[in-house]
Design a protein around this ligand. Structure first.
Ligand code: BGC
Length: 255
């Protein structure tokens, strides 16, 4: 599969699943725009890996919870590469707090970073795709928890549930423009968001035991699916979420 000549933006692109997505899209030949907020050193290291693959890349520091930063991100991509073919709304956080003690600030931050950024990221990228013509792909990094309750992480589940309907509704609305909108719903992945579980052998054992394949995913196993969804093979898919969870959501309560 080749994404040669395509331009892809990945929000939260310098760590975890986002970083693996940047590398997978670059490996398929796309020029990538890496959005990040913290850790310029990790971003620089990633840029070097991409240049070694023979692709072009641009890192942009932008807080995607702000619409003005999202607009700036898309503008910089167009300035550097002339177009945007793929938008991956990947940035995400969770608080792991009960509904009983989640604060207003925690609630707002989760909703802004996860859901508001995906809504306006979709809007701004779609406007650019329509202006340039030729359609495009918008990938929303959701979670098994767009559908499956995770007690103790209610705000996160709410944001992912919102992304589920964003994917479906925007997919229907943007279909006539040739813009395909797809959700990717990972289960438990070995990334910084799961650091507290991975650093606790007891919790990790319980989590592994709940997963039919017996282990967390590596970020690359999610990124490869994203790359497929951005390519020609996924030309008849839109308004749906593809779960990449080794069956976890059918086997236990959210962990
Ligand atoms: C959450 C993780 C959780 C996993 C499986 C992910 O979306 O970020 O904290 O372990 O789902 O429940």
């Amino acid at each position: 599969m080749s994404l040669s000549g395509k331009v892809a933006i990945v929000t939260g692109g310098n760590s975890g699943i986002g970083k693996a997505v940047v590398l997978a899209l670059a490996a398929a030949g796309a020029n990538t725009v890496i959005d990040y907020v913290v850790d310029p050193d990790a971003t620089e290291d990633l840029e070097k890996q991409i240049v070694a693959l023979g692709d072009k890349t641009l890192a942009v520091q932008a807080d995607v919870s702000k619409v003005s930063d999202l607009q700036m991100l898309v503008d910089k991509a167009v300035e550097a590469f002339g177009r945007v073919d793929i938008m991956v709304n990947n940035a995400g956080i969770e608080t792991r707090t009960s509904i009983l003690d989640t604060t207003e600030a925690q609630y707002e931050r989760v909703m802004e970073v996860n859901l508001k950024s995906a809504f306006f990221g979709t809007q701004i990228a779609a406007r650019q795709m329509i202006a340039q013509g030729g359609g495009g792909r918008i990938i929303n990094m959701t979670s098994v928890h767009e559908d499956w309750p995770m007690p103790g992480n209610t705000a996160y589940c709410l944001s992912k549930g919102g992304m589920r309907m964003l994917t479906r509704t925007a997919g229907v609305e943007l279909g006539p423009h040739g813009i395909l909108v797809l959700g990717v719903g990972p289960g438990a992945v070995a990334t910084p968001i799961n650091a507290s579980t991975m650093n606790d052998p007891g919790k990790l054992k319980t989590l592994d035991a709940a997963i039919p394949l017996g282990r967390l995913a590596q970020p690359e196993e999610i990124a490869d699916v994203v790359a497929f969804l951005c390519g020609d093979g996924a030309s008849y898919m839109t308004a749906a979420t593809i779960f990449v969870d080794a069956g976890i959501m059918h086997s236990s309560p959210g962990l």
